[in-house]
Ligand binder design. Structure first.
Ligand SMILES: Nc1ncnc2c1ncn2[C@@H]1O[C@H](COP(=O)(O)OP(=O)(O)O)[C@@H](O)[C@H]1O
Ligand SMILES: [Mg+2]
Length: 426
């Protein structure tokens, strides 16, 4: 069995903490088996090393290794991507297509962000995991495949199960072995090592002298909570390598890039027993109340509309009719009549191509600093408050929509739609 140091060298993994070593050791240990593995950890902690190691250290290493980012594929096409489709299965299916499970026969599939899989896909996945059987979309012919699955998630799967967004049986099937990747803030001693490695890499890439940290700066980095983990550190070093004239970096310089006080309270206090499901300022609580009120209102509207449907329009007085018209007609300033759909359908909205808004692995590739917005004059319109609440939830969770949706108490699909509606895609 490959020893730990050679694994680290081979994959360019930096770090010496027991929790990291344990994760890597476990990956090597399970690699010769066909056991399903679930990798858990925050965004940017290096989860992707695990399926790579498992595949490359297994008998499957000469067979295909396919990475599927489940959160980035639109709900409408994911079954066909994974399992293939027959010609004519749906509009645009002009020829038969093989899915990843057929192509990867004999190899390994890495299902990244597995918590984002739609329920109907979860059913198909469970079947292929249990029996190796699947059917192309639009076909009734059973096919066989032999694929090893490694899945990863940064969402709390137990919450997802409780909310009915993830099947419990599938969770246990995927989670035969669980590998936890530690957050960077839990292995402070690795931070400087990682900084030096990235400083050397980027100095070479951009043909610049290497960045050097003074003691203050090292101390600053070790106390910074790194919500975006190693990915955030890597992006920081890349940015500074290119931008900074002076190669000697002190704490003040770092604070211009990653100011301590810009951290949202919940992030700083993470791990200190503060529930991430709570908002922390009075203003946040106000927004939450308003948002809940709006949800209640929506529920009332859909209830009323049900009642009206059951009773039949003919029985209504003209006063009732005009009231209904007023309540159910979208407000003129609403740019998207979709909110009416929201009232009618509750959370069950159609997918709006999440690919467009969720195609990046991490918000840190685009968002450099996270800053608390200065208090502005409050707007009393519900819509503005909803928009603001969504912005704040997204900021708080560094753009992780699944967590933001959890916090807001709405489904991810609804959140996607609202993000579009309010033009929050940037
Ligand atoms: N221990 C580590 N040593 C070196 N690079 C790392 C380490 N952990 C993460 N990285 C780098 O950080 C980035 C994010 O890692 P990734 O596996 O994509 O994170 P995740 O999938 O957990 O969001 C990648 O560029 C990866 O190479
Ligand atoms: Mg990833």
């Amino acid at each position: 069995m490959a020893d730990l140091q050679s694994i680290k060298t081979r994959y360019g993994i930096i770090g010496n903490y027991p929790a990291l070593n344990r994760a890597l050791e476990k990956a090597v240990q399970v690699s010769p088996t066909d056991i399903s593995v679930l990798v858990m950890g925050e965004s940017g902690v290096g989860k992707e090393f695990i399926p790579k190691i498992i595949h490359a250290e297994s008998r499957r290493k000469h067979q295909p290794y396919i990475v599927v980012n489940c959160g980035a594929i639109p709900e409408g096409t994911i079954d066909s991507e994974l399992f293939g489709h027959e010609k004519g299965a749906f509009t645009g299916a002009t020829s038969t297509r093989k899915g990843y499970f057929e192509v990867a026969d004999g190899g390994t599939i890495f299902l990244d962000e597995v918590g984002e899989l739609p329920l109907q896909t979860q059913v198909r996945l469970l079947r292929v995991l249990e029996s190796g059987e699947f059917m192309k979309v639009g076909s009734s012919q059973i096919q066989k495949t032999n694929v090893r699955i490694v899945a990863a998630t940064n969402v709390n799967m137990l919450n997802a199960i409780n909310d009915g967004r993830f099947r419990e049986d599938l969770y246990y099937r995927l989670n035969t072995v669980q590998i936890d990747m530690p957050a960077l803030r839990e292995r402070k001693g690795d931070i400087h090592l990682l900084f030096r490695k990235f400083a050397i890499d980027f100095a070479e890439k951009y043909r610049m002298p290497e960045l050097i940290l003074n003691d203050d700066a090292i101390n600053y980095l070790e106390n910074y909570p790194f919500p975006g983990n190693v990915r955030q550190l890597r992006n920081l070093v890349e940015q500074m390598t290119v931008v900074e004239q002076n190669r000697n970096i002190n704490a003040r310089k770092l604070s211009e890039y990653i100011p301590m006080q810009s951290q949202l309270p919940a992030v700083i206090q993470k791990g200190q027993g503060v529930s991430s499901n709570e908002f922390h300022s009075e203003r946040d609580i106000m927004y939450k109340i308003l948002f809940d009120m709006r949800n209640d209102l929506n529920d009332l509207k859909s209830l009323t509309s049900e009642l009206i449907k059951n009773r039949g329009n003919g029985d209504l007085s003209s006063q009732e009719k005009s009231l209904i018209n007023r309540v159910f007609t979208p407000e003129p300033q609403n740019p998207n009549p979709g909110s009416l759909m929201y009232f009618e359908n509750g959370n069950h909205t159609t997918a709006q191509n999440p690919n467009l808004i969720n195609s990046q692995n991490s918000p840190y590739e685009e968002v450099e600093d996270i800053e608390i917005e200065e208090a502005k004059p409050e707007s009393l319109s519900l819509q503005n408050n909803e928009r603001e609440l969504i912005v704040r939830a997204l900021e708080k969770h560094k753009g992780r929509r699944n967590r933001a949706a959890d916090e807001l108490g709405i489904s991810q699909r609804t959140l996607y739609r609202k993000i579009k509606q309010y033009n929050l895609e940037e």
